[in-house]
Design a protein around this ligand. Structure first.
Ligand code: SAJ
Length: 422
């Protein structure tokens, strides 16, 4: 078999490399010339555990080539972004264009697999009209399926191998062929269904998480009014065998969980009530965080204070800033007249105007430190050694990542999101 993977981002590149490492010849395609050149030189344009070694192996063994245009292949895997527009409707242009780009290369018997997360019916309404232009008979000469990725950034390879997969075909044979292919490296179960069901399942999974996090965020706000530590309360509730409450935070980021629920809202605006409310609750958390910061500073008599933000990535131990709540928190803080610096050990290039090159520079002479991303580097800070200038700033931990006792012993006044106790 040989595969052409279209889109070499957070999902496409690890998937391509995984197939190449499993003995399948892979050609990777991306419209981003810079990324293609870097990958060809065994350099990464994204950070992911294990990716560097696997990429080197794939290229050294001659199993992985890259370019900016597709080539002929037996299987095409489409893994391009499906973001939302500013009005929260789905932007399926990348999917349509990626599909159109492979049409000239399609041969009888080819299999086209969509990995990107999409609104239900995208395969049917966006991909199939393009694929019909190949003049191949769908389901007989050209096979199409949706095999949504379910991997979590940071643990992509582990989850690629071990997670179950849901594969939906436009025909049973399309699904069956896809299963056979992924069995090359997938050790989890591969469950077969139709394409639209698979699309809905994937979006449901991320929406479940978003709604659950919104619930946790709402509980955090309630807990603050009665001086209860929500983190402790959730931990206790989750000892119940049928309860699994997620954790609150400064908002929900990334390109999946903060995006996919909108696909369902767009699909059924008058039915997707809880889903929409949850999305808005989570989107309101940066403002809630900024207001809490303002209140804490005002309690100290500080009006136009300085704030250091620890963490720009959308979650701990990744280098991805897309839809990061941190940047929203910064905007809200600046809107209320506070001066902001930031630091993130995983965001290597300067990607934000507030960003400083070191933790020391970011916290110098600030009135408040807000932790927004639970990177290990932040958990491991020794507060005794942290030089912040003449006075000790307040600390607001929005992820329950820091050890209160350690920070208090080092002389910092310590607060948590979702904790009314001072
Ligand atoms: N977050 C919370 N509280 C939580 C969990 C997460 O506030 O209890 C926040 C995180 O800090 C982050 C955001 O939510 O800002 C999303 O993080 P995440 O770790 O929940 O998810 P992603 O976006 O990295 O990956 C998700 C995963 N989906 C599910 O767990 C159902 C992953 O399996 C999917 O493959 C991925 O979306 C995707 O690509 O769709």
């Amino acid at each position: 078999k040989n595969i052409c993977v279209v889109g070499l981002g957070y999902i496409g590149l690890p998937t391509a490399v995984m197939f190449a490492n499993s003995g399948v010849r892979v050609h990777g395609v991306d419209i981003n010339e810079k990324a293609v050149n870097m990958i060809a030189n065994k350099q990464l344009h994204i950070e992911e555990n294990g990716l560097q070694e696997r990429l080197e192996q794939a290229i050294d063994e001659g199993m992985f080539t890259v370019s900016t245009a597709p080539t002929e292949a037996e299987v095409y895997i489409v893994a391009v972004p499906s973001p939302i527009n500013p009005d929260n409707t789905a932007n399926l242009e990348y999917i349509r264009q990626a599909t159109a780009s492979i049409v000239p290369y399609l041969q009888k018997g080819a299999l086209v697999i969509l990995e990107s997360t999409v609104p239900p019916k995208t395969v049917e309404n966006v991909m199939l009209p393009e694929l019909r232009k190949s003049n191949l008979v769908l389901g007989e000469e050209l096979f199409v399926s949706h095999s949504p990725e379910r991997v979590i950034p940071g643990k992509i390879f582990e989850e690629l191998i071990n997670n179950d997969r849901i594969v939906g075909g436009i025909t049973p044979k399309s699904a069956e062929m896809t299963k056979e292919l992924y069995k090359t490296f997938v050790q989890g179960e591969i469950h077969l269904t139709d394409a639209t069901t698979a699309e809905l399942v994937k979006v449901m999974e991320n929406t479940y998480r978003d709604v659950n996090i919104a619930f946790a965020n709402e509980l955090a706000k309630i807990a603050e009014t009665i001086d209860v530590d929500i983190w402790e309360a959730i931990r206790f509730a989750n000892f119940h065998p049928r309860v699994n409450i997620h954790t609150p935070g400064p908002g929900v980021g990334g390109h999946c969980i903060a995006v996919d629920p909108w696909f369902l809202v767009e699909l059924s605006p008058d039915k997707a009530d809880i889903i929409k409310k949850s999305r808005l609750t989570n989107d309101g958390m940066p403002k809630f965080t900024a207001q809490k910061a303002k209140m804490l500073l005002e309690e100290q008599g500080i009006e136009n204070g300085k704030v250091a933000i620890l963490g720009l990535a959308f979650k701990g131990n990744v280098d991805d800033m897309r839809e990061s709540p941190s940047t929203e928190v910064i905007k809200e803080l600046e809107n209320i007249g506070l001066t902001v610096t930031s630091f993130d050990p995983h965001i290597k290039e300067m990607q934000h105007p507030t960003q400083k090159e070191s933790l020391g520079q970011a916290v110098q002479d600030v009135d408040l430190i807000i932790l927004t991303t639970d990177h290990n580097e932040f958990k491991n800070i020794n507060p005794e050694m942290l030089n912040t200038g003449d006075t000790k700033p307040l600390v607001l931990d929005t992820k329950n990542a820091l050890n209160r006792d350690k920070w208090e012993r080092a002389g910092f006044r310590f607060f948590k999101l979702g904790d009314g106790k001072h």
